[in-house]
Design a protein. Structure first.
Length: 252
C-alpha cells in the first residue's frame, strides 16, 4: 500500500468515527512550529481529533521521551537525537523516516541590513562589532550544533566564540534578533520566514556542516488510529505545501 493510499484509508477511518475522537501528542523541534501548527489545524478540522504539540529543542524532547514523557510522535531537527530515542527502544519499527530538510542562515534585526557573502575567513566579528551573535545552545541543540560546526569549518569560530549568546532552542535565539537584543543570529531558513522583524543576510555553505535532516517517527506509546493517521498526514501533499511555504525542503 502506498503512503498516499494509507493516508486516505487512515483518515477515512478516523472521520467515520468522530464520537471517539482521540488526542495525538507530538513532540517536535521548535523550528517546526508555524508549519506544523498549520498541518495540525487541517487535520483537526478534517477528523475531529485533537493534536497537542510540545515544541522545544530536539535534545530536550529526546531526553523527556527517554525518561518516560507520554508522546505518540517525535519529529527531531537532527538525526543524532532520534538515534538516542531509537536506541532506547521507543521507536515503532519501520516507521522512522527522514521527513524534511532545512538551510542554515545568518539573520539580522530589521529589514535594512546589507547582504554578506559567507565563506572561509568571513569577518563576522567585525560585522558584530560590540553586539552578540544569537545561537541555540551550541553543544546540544541541533541549530546551534550545525552553526558551530559551520563556523569552525570556515575558520570563524575562534573570533566570535566570546560574542555568542546561547538560547535553549532556535526560536528563542531568533527572538533575540527579532527584538533587537542581538544584531545577528544563526537560525534555520524556516525560522527567518516565520519572523518579519529579521532579514536573511547570508546563507552558510551546505558543505560546511552536516546535512540538516528532520527525522520523524511513531513512538511505542502511540496506541490508536488517530496517531497513525496524523503521522501519515505529515507526508500528505497538503502538508508538503505548508512545509515548503515555511522554507523547508521535502525529503519524503
Amino acid at each position: 500500500m502506498t503512503r498516499r493510499l494509507a493516508l486516505a484509508t487512515a483518515l477515512a477511518a478516523t472521520i467515520a468515527t468522530p464520537a471517539f475522537s482521540e488526542e495525538v501528542v507530538v513532540f517536535a523541534a521548535a523550528s517546526l512550529k508555524n508549519a506544523l501548527d498549520a498541518v495540525a489545524a487541517d487535520f483537526q478540522a478534517a477528523t475531529g481529533n485533537t493534536v497537542t504539540i510540545s515544541y522545544a529543542g530536539s535534545n530536550q524532547l529526546a531526553k523527556q521521551i527517554i525518561e518516560g514523557a507520554p508522546a505518540d510522535i517525535f519529529i527531531s531537527a537532527a538525526v543524532n537525537w532520534m538515534d538516542e530515542v531509537e536506541k532506547a527502544g521507543l521507536v515503532v519499527p519501520d516507521t522512522r523516516e527522514d521527513l524534511l530538510g532545512n538551510t542554515l542562515v545568518l539573520v539580522a534585526h530589521g529589514k535594512d541590513a546589507a547582504s554578506v557573502e559567507i565563506g572561509e575567513g568571513f569577518d563576522l566579528k567585525t560585522l558584530l562589532g560590540d553586539g552578540k551573535l544569537s545561537m541555540a545552545m551550541v553543544d546540544s541543540v541541533p541549530a546551534g550544533q550545525y552553526g558551530k560546526e559551520s563556523l569552525e569549518k570556515l575558520g570563524i569560530w575562534p573570533t566570535v566564540e566570546g560574542s555568542v549568546a546561547q538560547s535553549e532552542n532556535v526560536r528563542a535565539a531568533l527572538a533575540l534578533v527579532s527584538s533587537g537584543e542581538a544584531p545577528y543570529g544563526i537560525v534555520y531558513a524556516s525560522d527567518a520566514v516565520a519572523d518579519e522583524n529579521v532579514t536573511v543576510v547570508g546563507t552558510f555553505p551546505n558543505d560546511s556542516h552536516k546535512p540538516i535532516v528532520y527525522p520523524a517517527t511513531l513512538l511505542t506509546g502511540a496506541a490508536d488510529e488517530a496517531d497513525k493517521a496524523f503521522f501519515e498526514a505529515l507526508s500528505a501533499d497538503s502538508a508538503d505545501a505548508k512545509f515548503t511555504e515555511q522554507g523547508f525542503a521535502i525529503l519524503n
